[in-house]
Design a protein around this ligand. Structure first.
Ligand SMILES: [Zn+2]
Length: 177
């Protein structure tokens, strides 16, 4: 949790340990801390070392990061949103080797730029949250809920889809043409 607290502090945000998650709106009792601990539920159901679970892992990391933008570096949002774009809109079969390639492209893009993409307002980043993950009792349910969760979050960033499409276009031209 130390990392979370550091980034929140940098952004002038006090982490709240009571009530719904202040970032994603998850209807929990102990705020962002309980929201984060809900993630353990999917880690308990899925074997993230099994390649058939890789996609779910990427989607859950992206959904979580984009719903909690204030808790990591601002350029990470570009990476997470671009990855969701490539998975959902371009049907790219993501794997671990592709993330550093995408990261390089974002690093090129961000040179000489200071403007980050502005996330949607707090608690308006998709209606599905980590609380919904608790409804999964088997790996198939879990994969489906995570997919819906990531799609909701992706859609909530609709105002940035054209920007992210142009950044992801660089990735596609470089590796898929
Ligand atoms: Zn949350």
């Amino acid at each position: 949790m130390q990392n979370l607290e550091d980034y929140a502090k940098k952004n002038g945000i006090v982490l709240q340990g009571e009530g719904p998650c202040q970032f994603c709106g998850a209807p929990v009792a102990r705020g962002v801390f309980e929201c984060h601990s809900n993630l353990h539920h999917i880690a308990a159901i899925l074997d993230f070392n099994d390649p058939s679970c890789y996609l779910t892992r990427f989607l859950s990391v992206d959904a979580m990061a984009l719903q909690h933008c204030e808790l990591h570096g601002p350029w990470n949002n570009h990476i997470h949103l671009a990855r969701l774009f490539l998975i959902f809109e371009k049907n790219i079969a993501w794997d671990y080797a592709k993330t550093p390639l995408l990261s390089n492209i974002i690093n090129q893009y961000k040179k000489n730029k200071t403007a980050f993409l502005m996330p949607p307002p707090l608690q308006q980043r998709g209606r599905i949250t980590t609380s919904d993950l608790l409804n999964a009792y088997n790996s198939e349910d879990c994969k489906e809920i995570v997919k819906q969760w990531a799609k909701e979050v992706y859609d909530s960033f609709g105002m940035h889809h054209s920007l992210i499409s142009s950044i992801a276009g660089v990735f596609i031209r470089k590796y898929y043409s």
